[in-house]
Design a protein around this ligand. Structure first.
Ligand SMILES: *Cc1c(COP(=O)(O)O)cnc(C)c1O
Length: 363
């Protein structure tokens, strides 16, 4: 009798078998500060109207394959220049994969920085594209000399720059980003997942470059459950990417709700402003804990480094007290002894602070 693993070992590529699946912890009843979610629900009037609109959705029909109304709403809400094209994804994760599907095959790699968003690497390997990364400097700024040297050496087809970066939370110098775009012979993707929490957007600059596109998402601003990401770029890029997009990738429930929610973008903007203010307060409170170094953030999370306490242990003890954050220590390198906490509601933040203080100062 043959067993499944014999087939698997023969048929699944070695590099896939070597991957670890993107790990998402089960939060149970814990205070959830691990995944950069917005802690706030929408006001009841808004959710009520969402429910009304969903009632009218024709679930027996395929959704609008081009999501025309939703795209128009996004163009307005994000002030996207009208000479640029827009393509939607089932989360920006899907757009990352689509970019790779379109550009794979030449043997040229995907290049990113480290530490950064892990899906760049996982998706590159899944697609069969080589992946290289260039370590950031110890203050998490771009190492321009190493980055340009890596571009010379590897001639990447695709370069991903998360900006602000995850999990470090910082922005890069705009001049450096522009230099990378100008220096590269490949396509540079600026990933603005955390743009709502930052004081800068690349949106108005994309038109200047023949080889840059921007990806963004509604996830971090408060609609993670919808799974909706967008790519903005010159029509020449968007037209090609359309060819690898699965038909109907944005389901009707997402289309209906996102369209309505973005009519009320001011409500999300208000929440975003509150999260930014709470981030600054959380940062100051973290600074006051002995043995904790928080790094300034332009996102809705803060990276912290522990001076002497063991990050694995602190993570575990927080978990035992019902608080789930992200342990980055296993990634090693610049993330050794680092933890990442999402900015939650004020009461979640203060539960986190008192638990952390207790653990680290007693520890
Ligand atoms: C969260 C995140 C994404 C993925 O966003 P989705 O739209 O939810 O798929 C993309 N890039 C970065 C840097 C992220 O942190």
């Amino acid at each position: 009798m043959k067993i499944a693993s014999e087939y698997v070992n023969r048929l699944v590529r070695q590099e896939i078998r070597d991957l670890t699946a993107y790990h998402v912890a089960d939060p149970g009843e814990m205070i959830k500060l691990d995944a950069m979610e917005n802690p706030y629900q929408l006001p009841a009037e808004v959710t009520q109207e969402c429910a009304n609109r969903l009632k009218q959705a024709s679930l027996n029909r395929y959704p609008d394959p081009n999501a025309i109304k939703l795209k128009q709403r996004i163009m307005d809400a994000m002030s996207i220049p009208s000479d640029l094209g827009l393509i939607l994804g089932n989360g920006s994760d899907e757009l990352i994969l689509m970019l790779m599907m379109a550009l794979a095959g030449s043997g040229r790699p995907v290049l990113s920085i480290s530490p950064s968003f892990v899906m760049y690497k996982i998706s590159a390997i899944s697609i069969g594209m080589p992946y290289v990364d260039v370590p950031l400097q110890s203050d998490f700024s771009l190492d321009m000399q190493a980055t340009l040297a890596a571009i010379d050496e590897h001639n990447p087809a695709l370069i991903f720059l998360a900006h602000p970066n995850n999990p470090t939370g910082n922005r890069f110098s705009q001049k450096d980003i522009e230099k990378i775009i100008e220096y590269s012979d490949g396509l540079v993707v600026v990933d603005e997942a955390y743009q709502p929490f930052s004081d800068y957007s690349f949106t108005q600059d994309i038109s200047k470059y023949p080889n840059a596109v921007l990806i963004s998402t509604v996830s971090k601003m408060g609609l993670a459950g919808l799974r909706l990401g967008m790519l903005i770029g010159k029509p020449e890029w968007v037209d090609e990417l359309e060819k690898v997009r699965l038909p109907y990738n944005i389901n009707i429930l997402t289309q209906v709700i996102a369209e309505y929610a973005l009519e009320h973008k001011h409500l999300f903007d208000k929440q975003t402003q509150a999260i930014i203010a709470d981030r600054e307060e959380l940062f100051q409170q973290l600074q006051q804990i002995k043995g904790i170094e928080p790094f300034p953030s332009q996102a809705n999370f803060i990276l912290i480094k522990l001076a002497s306490a063991d990050a694995n242990q602190v993570f575990q003890q927080l978990k035992e007290q019902g608080i789930l954050i992200k342990n980055l220590h296993p990634s090693g390198g610049l993330l050794t002894n680092c933890l990442r906490v999402t900015v939650g509601s004020q009461s979640e933040n203060s539960s986190f602070i008192s638990a952390l203080k207790e653990i680290v100062e007693k520890g």
